[in-house]
Design a binder for this molecule. Structure first.
Ligand SMILES: [Zn+2]
Length: 275
């Protein structure tokens, strides 16, 4: 670490659990953040300020005036700009030392797969069910830890799927695809501004812990927040041995892992659901 880095990250280095070694692991980490909206904004800001060495920030959308109420990466002056580029500008202003790669595209299929393979950890900051399942399949396939958050109205959720561990549940174990779920249109759904900040910031905390290799992650636990009553609940869950994405098959392959052309059928302003 350089003298500047020792100063910049001194309040991390002072933490006994983290120290120089933990900070060096953070500096060596490549985080893939999918979604530069309400959740991705605070998640990316904290990962950048804390020195995650490389951040790939993916979003196919442009900054809209209605985003500014909660998507704190973006500014009124950048309305109309690609969110990935706007996000890069915000992150670089805080920490010019790190490598930020903005990608303006809807990740799916082979591109999603290739990018997940290069990352050390993945933050799902998207807002629709189909993309969440596509990200989960790629993370299961490449055994990458997945930090998943969701926020709508006053309801928030966060969990970690540490798919480096064979006994870890995946997103599909908890939320099987194809089940009857409440699908709502994000574009017409309200969301309490700081709720996205709370959940996205917790995603950053879990990602930094995974990067540094410290503490206990939320693997196997789903936290549910009712921000109107400001009450948290914890649900514990295990791997579903019959899961079609991460469950074993006779030949040892994960059966659900096939490129699925319908995986990105829902656009960002299409159907979404909490979870
Ligand atoms: Zn599973």
């Amino acid at each position: 670490m350089t003298d500047d880095q020792l100063l910049r990250y001194s309040r991390h280095i002072l933490l006994d659990a983290l120290g120089i070694e933990g900070q060096e692991r953070i500096l060596a980490t490549h985080a893939l953040i999918i979604g530069a909206g309400g959740l991705g904004s605070p998640a990316a800001l904290y990962l950048a300020s804390a020195g995650i060495g490389k951040i790939t920030l993916v979003d196919d959308d442009t900054v809209d005036f209605t985003n500014l109420q909660r998507q704190i990466l973006h500014t009124q002056a950048r309305v109309g700009m690609a969110k990935a580029e706007s996000g890069k500008q915000a992150l670089q202003a805080i920490n010019p030392e790190i490598n930020i790669v903005p990608l303006q595209q809807r990740l799916s299929g082979a591109a999603l797969d290739a990018l997940v393979a290069t990352a050390d950890l993945v933050l799902d900051c998207t807002d629709n069910f189909a993309t969440r399942h596509a990200i989960n399949r790629a993370c299961v396939h490449h055994k990458k830890p997945l930090v998943s958050g969701a926020a709508i109205r006053f309801d928030g959720q966060i969990s970690v799927y540490d798919l480096r561990q064979d006994d870890s549940p995946c997103y599909h174990c908890l939320f099987p695809e194809g089940e009857d779920v409440e699908e709502v249109r994000c574009a017409v759904m309200g969301v309490f501004a700081p709720l996205t900040g709370i959940v996205g910031t917790m995603q950053a905390a879990e990602a930094l812990k995974l990067a540094a290799g410290i503490g206990e992650s939320l693997n196997g636990r789903l936290l549910l927040l009712d921000a109107l009553e400001m009450e948290w609940r914890t649900i514990r869950f295990k791997k579903d041995s019959g899961c079609t994405v991460c469950g074993p098959t006779k030949d040892g392959q994960a059966p659900g892992y096939l490129p699925r052309p319908d995986a990105d059928r829902e656009s960002a302003d299409g159907a979404c659901r909490l979870a």
